[in-house]
Design a protein around this ligand. Structure first.
Ligand code: CA
Length: 227
């Protein structure tokens, strides 16, 4: 399971990464708000641990921005402040939980496990690009109401594209997202993209899954081209 840790205190960040790795988590680090936002947007993490006081963009704004963009990854806010106001504000921006520093490591682990359980039980996020919808919890895909059967890899690829509608996503990012444990051969992505086109576009006379030359792929709402 991959976790994104956004924390500017390097010593704490590295200690946490070390401890969480020992628990079996794969931890990506970001040392400021901008880097954290950028990494979190990829939608590749099961959980995000987000410090509140960060350089460049603070944790409140990172959290609020992610939620605005439809990123539903559970977020645990770490805060050096412990006033009720700050905690309420953290939850209001779309965080799922918070923990005041200094915190006990077992409590952090317990909170992470609780977030994980809640995410798997209640993840009802629906992604929509034009008339294509992805039900993340049910792993179901529909075009204009018609159900489309996808393999888990195809679903993963389409999910990442649908999280960034209209934006180019690199082949590398798609590979890493759909084959997290074995991301080596970019041809795997090409083959699955072709398969996806045969499923989500061709039968509907559409071209929503586009190649962005020299970069990767993007998913667009192409309905206006076909009226
Ligand atoms: Ca900080």
């Amino acid at each position: 399971m991959r976790i994104l840790l956004v924390e500017d205190e390097r010593e704490l960040a590295h200690t946490l990464r070390h401890g969480l790795s020992a628990e079996g988590y794969r931890v990506d680090l970001a040392h400021d708000g901008r880097e954290g936002l950028w990494k979190a947007r990829m939608g590749e993490h099961a959980l995000i641990i987000l410090d509140l006081m960060l350089p460049l963009i603070n944790g409140y704004r990172v959290c609020a921005q992610l939620r605005r963009e439809g990123v539903t990854t559970p977020i645990l806010i770490l805060t050096a402040k412990d006033g009720e106001w700050d905690q309420a504000e953290a939850l209001d921006t779309g965080a799922d939980d918070y923990l005041a520093k200094p915190f006990s490591y077992p409590v952090l682990l317990a909170r992470l496990r609780a977030l994980q359980r809640r995410a798997t039980t209640f993840s009802t996020a629906m992604l929509t690009v034009g008339d294509l919808t992805l039900d993340i919890a049910a792993r179901a895909c529909r075009r204009a109401g018609s159900k489309i059967a996808l393999t888990p890899r195809e679903f993963a690829i389409l999910e990442l594209l649908a999280r960034h509608p209209g934006q180019a996503v690199t082949k590398h990012d798609l590979l890493y997202h759909a084959w997290p444990d074995d991301a080596e051969d970019p041809n795997l992505v090409e083959a699955r993209i072709s398969a996806l086109r045969r499923k989500i576009d061709t039968p509907f006379g559409r071209h929503s899954l586009q190649t962005v030359r020299g970069h990767g792929y993007r998913l667009i709402d192409d309905r206006h081209n076909h009226e």
